[in-house]
Design a binder for this molecule. Structure first.
Ligand code: KIV
Length: 257
C-alpha cells in the first residue's frame, strides 16, 4: 500500500526518520521503491541528470509529466512527489492549479513540490491544499532562482536566517505536508524543525531535520559534479565504463558471444 501525504505529520510525532531520493525513470524508481525509501521525488534536477541541461530552468511541465508517469509505473509503496518546474506555477493561482492538476490527473503522483514562500507561494500552497492537492514546500536555496542566488548557502546572516524561519512557518501554516530545507546552516534547520508540525526534509541542512533527501545520481556516482553537501555511496560511472570496455574487448576479440 502506498504511503500517503497525510501520514507524514504522524511520522514526525513518532520520530520516524524519513528518507527521500530523486528518480527520473521506471528502472531507478523501481529499485528505490524495492529498497524501501519512503518518498520518491521526481525533481526538476532531472533536467541536469537525465536531459543534459545546465540548470533546472529549461525543464517543461510536459517533460516532468512524461518522467513522473514512468516513475509511478515502477513504484508500489513510496509516496511520489513531482516538482512543478520554473514558470509553471509562479504566474498566477490558476496556472498553479492547472499545472498541479495535470500532475495528479496524468501521472499517478500524489503530490507536487513548489519552491519559495512569500508572498505568492503561500497563497498558492493555501489554494492548492484547499483543492485537495498535497503540496511539499522548498525553502532556503531554491535552484529555480539560480540567476538570483546562485548555489550559495542561504540564511548565513541573522536577518536572512530569521526570514527563512518565518517563511518555513508560513509554508507549514498554509497547509504543506512537508518542507524541503536546502543548503542552510544546520542551526537554522534545527530551529525550523523544532518550530513546525510538518516534517522537514534536509539537503545540505545538517543532521537535525526530520528526514534527508539526495539526488540519486549523486548517491550513485552518476553526476559529473556533486555539491559539497551531497554524499556519493557508490561509483557507478566507473563500473559502467569498465563493463562497457569489457564488452567491447570481448566483441572485438570474438570472445562474446
Ligand atoms: O530537483 C531536485 O532534485 C530537488 C532536490 C534537490 C530536493 O529539488
Amino acid at each position: 500500500m502506498a504511503f500517503k501525504p497525510s501520514q507524514l505529520r504522524k511520522w514526525k510525532e513518532q520520530q520516524r526518520v524519513i528518507t527521500m531520493l530523486t528518480a527520473w525513470d521506471y528502472g531507478i524508481a523501481r529499485l528505490l521503491d524495492r529498497a524501501g525509501v519512503e518518498m520518491i521525488l521526481v525533481g526538476d534536477s532531472l533536467g541536469m541528470v537525465a536531459l543534459g541541461y545546465n540548470h533546472t530552468l529549461p525543464v517543461t511541465l510536459d517533460e516532468m509529466l512524461h518522467h513522473t508517469a514512468a516513475v509511478c509505473r515502477g513504484v508500489e509503496n513510496a509516496l511520489v512527489v513531482c516538482d512543478l518546474p520554473f514558470l509553471t506555477y509562479q504566474e498566477s493561482l490558476s496556472q498553479a492549479i492547472h499545472s498541479a492538476g495535470r500532475v495528479l490527473k496524468e501521472t499517478g503522483a500524489q503530490a507536487v513540490k513548489i519552491e519559495g514562500g512569500y508572498p505568492l507561494m503561500i497563497e498558492t500552497i493555501e489554494r492548492l491544499t484547499t483543492l485537495g492537492i498535497p503540496v511539499m514546500g522548498h525553502v532556503g536555496l531554491t535552484p529555480q532562482a539560480v540567476h538570483q542566488m546562485g548555489y550559495k548557502q542561504q540564511g548565513k546572516t541573522e536577518a536572512e536566517a530569521e526570514r527563512i524561519v518565518q517563511e518555513a512557518i508560513a509554508v507549514a501554516e498554509a497547509g504543506a505536508f512537508a518542507l524541503v530545507l536546502e543548503h542552510i546552516p544546520a542551526a537554522v534547520a534545527a530551529q525550523i524543525t523544532q518550530k513546525i508540525p510538518i516534517p522537514t526534509i534536509g539537503i545540505g541542512a545538517g543532521p537535525d531535520c526530520d528526514g534527508q533527501v539526495l539526488v540519486t545520481a549523486d548517491l550513485l556516482g552518476l553526476s559529473p559534479k556533486i555539491p559539497p553537501f551531497a554524499k556519493q555511496y557508490v561509483d557507478l560511472q566507473a563500473i559502467i565504463e569498465q563493463a562497457t570496455q569489457e564488452f567491447m574487448e570481448e566483441v572485438r576479440s570474438r570472445r562474446f558471444p
